[in-house]
Design a protein around this ligand. Structure first.
Ligand code: BGC
Length: 379
């Protein structure tokens, strides 16, 4: 195990010295806090490995904290329309919250985001059997997906605060074929744009579907649920699912259904018509894999708005249906149903078993490269 000491990376002129400043901090620290940079601090251990927490700060003082445990975004603090700052994502202040296996709060998901039916698929004549962890299905990479491993960090010093995490998933891990070399780069721009860039290469054909599982609540307070948030998804179609949330294979029009978010609409207005709540893959209106605006989310309490851009063909809109109050935030608030929502950019669930869906098989010699951006502004 490599023991790494506290390290400070300076981007621009001023050093950021605190990862969680109190209210009595000096004016000097306050000034420093408003400057672009990255800090790295020790954040406990798991499996004998040192875990770190990185704090990315932009010029205006907005901060994103990311751990190399699970490539997890633990907080994203931005001001609301009154100038009050709070985190717009669910997360914990310390590592034990994550070791208790919350439902993927903020995590990097891999090797395959969402479900693979019965944990089985074929490539050519070979059948592969995955670890199943969601009834009979495999979900989000299996028992120890990319959200539960310690990644190897390499902070990047550039014109924006940026962090790259690397992880090599071994041939056979969770049942997946091939050694998969993966890297994920998180960059925070000065105008509150979080860009996540995923890269991977393999030495055997393998399915791959990487995403981030942040749970957003733009009010910054889990006591307000997300049913009043206004959502737009640029998708004329979605993929209906069976009772175990596996796509039926159909690509269905959203027209005249509660899945029609082509015009901004209140999430709660039709959620009761969807059994169990929203947990569906939307087929984005895209002709190619260029980076395009695919969704917007806004909330009138905070005045915050989020735009989602991606190169991916799909978006899983999950309205936090299985949150049930049993998990509490670091300051003791119960995280109830619909306390937050996920907008997971992705290829479609169960693609390895649905030949009509865009392929998720990465072959040796090919480069997997996808980009997703979440941009926060005030309206
Ligand atoms: C899935 C949900 C699941 C949640 C947390 C989402 O991506 O679609 O069904 O409950 O992740 O595991």
């Amino acid at each position: 195990m490599k023991k790494k000491n506290f390290m400070l990376i300076i981007v621009g002129l001023v050093i950021v010295t605190c990862t969680s400043c109190g209210s009595n901090e000096s004016a000097k620290n306050k000034e420093a806090e408003t400057k672009r940079g990255i800090t790295k601090s020790a954040w406990g251990t798991t499996d004998g490995k040192q875990v770190h927490l990185f704090t990315l700060t932009n010029k205006s003082g907005a901060q994103i904290k990311i751990s190399d445990y699970g490539g997890t975004i633990t907080s994203w603090v931005v001001p609301d329309k009154k100038g009050n700052s709070s985190s717009i994502v669910l997360g914990f202040d310390s590592l034990p919250g994550y070791l208790a296996k919350p439902p993927y709060f903020g995590a990097t998901i891999g090797r395959y985001g969402n479900r693979i039916a019965k944990g089985k698929f074929k490539i050519g004549n070979d059948t592969y059997t995955l670890a199943t962890n969601n009834g009979k299905n495999a979900l989000h990479g299996g028992l120890q997906g990319f959200d539960k491993v310690v990644w190897d960090p390499s902070p990047v010093v550039d014109s924006v605060a940026s962090l790259t995490l690397n992880y090599t998933s071994k041939d056979g891990e969770e049942g997946y074929p091939g050694n998969l070399k993966t890297s994920v780069t998180f960059s925070l721009s000065d105008d509150n744009e979080l860009t996540i860039e995923y890269n991977a290469e393999t030495d055997k054909p393998t399915p791959i579907n990487l995403t981030n599982h942040s749970y957003f609540n733009l009010t910054g307070d889990v006591n307000n649920n997300i049913l009043d948030h206004i959502l737009m998804i640029n998708a004329d179609h979605y993929t209906p699912v069976d009772s175990t949330l596996i796509p039926t294979g159909e690509i269905k029009s959203v027209k005249g259904t509660p899945f029609d978010f082509t015009k901004p609409g209140e999430i709660g207005s039709r959620i009761n018509e969807v059994k169990g709540g929203y947990d569906h893959n939307f087929v984005l209106n895209k002709k190619d894999n260029s980076l395009q605006l695919v969704a917007t989310l806004s909330d009138s309490i905070s005045g915050r708005k989020m735009e989602v851009y991606t190169t991916e063909p799909g978006l899983q809109f999950y309205s936090g249906n299985f949150l049930n109050g049993s998990i509490k935030t670091s300051n003791g608030k119960a995280i109830s149903q619909h306390a937050a929502l996920c907008l997971e950019t992705q290829h479609f669930p169960d693609s390895p078993n649905e030949p009509s869906f865009p392929s998720t098989i990465l072959k040796p010699g090919e480069k997997y490269h996808t980009i997703t951006k979440y941009k926060i502004s005030l309206q």
